[in-house]
Every structure is written in structure tokens, then in C-alpha cells.
Write a protein that binds this ligand. Sequence first.
Ligand code: C2E
Ligand code: MG
Ligand code: MG
Ligand code: MG
Length: 292
Amino acid sequence: RLGAAATGGVAFFRPESNAQAVRELQLAAALRHAIERNELTVLYQPQVSLASGQIIGAEALLRWHSPDWGQVSPTEFIPVAERAGLIGAIDDWVLRQACAQSLAWQRQGLPLVRIGVNFSPLQFQQGDVAQQVQKALLDTGADPACLGVELTESTLMDDPVRAAAMLCELKSIGIEISLDDFGTGYSSLSCLRSLPIDVVKVDRSFVNDVTAGPESASVTRSIITMAHGLQMRVIAEGVETEAQLSLLLAKGCDQIQGYWFSPPVPADEVARMLAEHRCLPEHLTTRRSRPR
Ligand code: C2E
Ligand code: MG
Ligand code: MG
Ligand code: MG
């Protein structure tokens, strides 16, 4: 097998990666029409406060059901959309769905929740996300207090000066900013201290390990302590067990999101949970009555 260097920059693929390249091309072609063909939907995963036990937010998570390919995971189609130049339109569609959804919940008289929208690094680096959000709010009439953006650290560290300016603009509109998948990149929280980040989302790989032993638990505690020192709140993602939740509570975590409370669900189901005031049992919150 010849490397790209030996062939003047032309890379040869092994059959399996060739098959992968073909699948990517076909997925990209199908994805190009996914919005107009109504193949995309947004699910919402509740985020719960460990202080009040109440649902205070929901993350918008995109789903694609293709008639040809069936259900395709966002971990597969988001990168395809990025490489095919389709992510801008897709992220904008999700943003507008989220705005419309928050208005609908407001009209139903449900408690206010903030919907978190994921933005691809590419969209954040190349587009004007602040202007895009401003426009979506104006067009839909949604309340900025009901909207948040989720960005990963690599998105921000690629061009920290530009990122800082963009985040400040988003903040001035009233949008909450969350740092997604924290702990999976290489930057420390102190690198990010100059950025106006409201919430740190501890990656689910850490949450998964939190009950594994004292070392893992102390890593999580350090993240929480440092975030609090920087006036940022902490949400743990991927909380699957009560044991994880208890430990996170003990370490001072502010919010949780994960299968234990609820997987991502259709908007109607979130509405039902909000209407029923579904919340955490008192002993799993900091408002629990302490024994005298
Ligand atoms: P993310 O933003 O970190 O989203 C969290 C992922 O963890 C979601 O996967 C969610 O379904 C999953 N999850 C939540 N709770 C649990 C749990 O308790 N256990 C486990 N094992 N997983 C849990 P999903 O929906 O497959 O999305 C994967 C990634 O795709 C997201 O990671 C995000 O980076 C990206 N994505 C999803 N929707 C969008 C979108 O609208 N735009 C962009 N640009 N990216 C999106
Ligand atoms: Mg996210
Ligand atoms: Mg995440
Ligand atoms: Mg992720």
C-alpha cells in the first residue's frame, strides 16, 4: 500500500474505507433533501436542577429517519453534514424548531425551560452564530431566556479571540452558553476562564466513571470546584444510575441530564412531564430536609 506522500498526494483507500466513502456520499445526497422531505425531528432531553429537583432545561437532539437508510445516528450524520457543507442549514433548522417549541410550551402555560441547541464547530467558526440566533429569535418571537447554545472546547479554542467576541455577543442577547463534553479536550478550565461561559457540561465518560473509585470521583470534584470558582454552573451528562446521581450531588454538582431521569423524548412528552411537575425525589436534591 502506498502512502499519500509516495503518490504525490493521492491517497489510496482500502476496500472497507472505500465502502465507507461511498456510504458517506450517499448519506450526504440523502441528507441534502432531508429537511424538505420532513425526515428530521428534534427530541428533547430534560435537564434537572439538583437544588430544586425540577426540570429547568432540555437539550435539543436531532434525529434523522431516512426512508433508504433507516434511523441514522447524529454521531454519523452530523460529521457527514459538516463535510458536505449542509450543517449550517441543519443547525439553523434545529435552532428554529427549538424557538418554536419554547413558544409552544409557553403558550400552553408550562413552566419556563431553557432549550439547549448544539452548534457544530464549523458553523461557529465560519458563520455568524450570534446574528443567526438573533434572527431566529426575531423571526419566531421566542424569548432569549428560553434558549441556550452548546459548544465544545475545541470549537472555542480554535480561535479564542473570535470565540470570545461571539460569546459576548450571544450573552448580550441573553443566551446562556454551555461548554459541551467538558474533559474530553485538552484545555483546562483556567484556559477558558476569560470566556463568558455559564454552564460546564461534564462529559459522560467522567460521569460513567464517577462511581468507579476515589480517584475518578476526585477528578469530577475538581472540575466542579474549579467551575464554581469561575462562577460557572456544572451539569453532568449521561447520568444513568442513582449511585452516580448521589455521588454527583455529594460533590456539589448543580444539574443532571441522562437516561436515569429521562432519555431524549418527543416534545409532547416533555410537556407532559412539565405539566405533571415531574421532579427528583427529595432525598436526591439539596433541598432535602436534613435530620436534626
Ligand atoms: P451531545 O451534545 O454531547 O449530546 C449528548 C448525547 O448523549 C446525546 O446523543 C444523548 O442522546 C446522549 N445521552 C444522553 N443521556 C445519556 C445517558 O444517560 N447515557 C448515554 N450513553 N448517552 C446519553 P445523540 O443524541 O446521539 O447525539 C450525539 C451528538 O450528536 C451530540 O452530543 C451532539 O454533539 C451531536 N448533535 C445532536 N444533535 C445535534 C444538532 O442539532 N446539531 C449539531 N451540530 N450536533 C448535534
Ligand atoms: Mg450537547
Ligand atoms: Mg455532550
Ligand atoms: Mg458529544
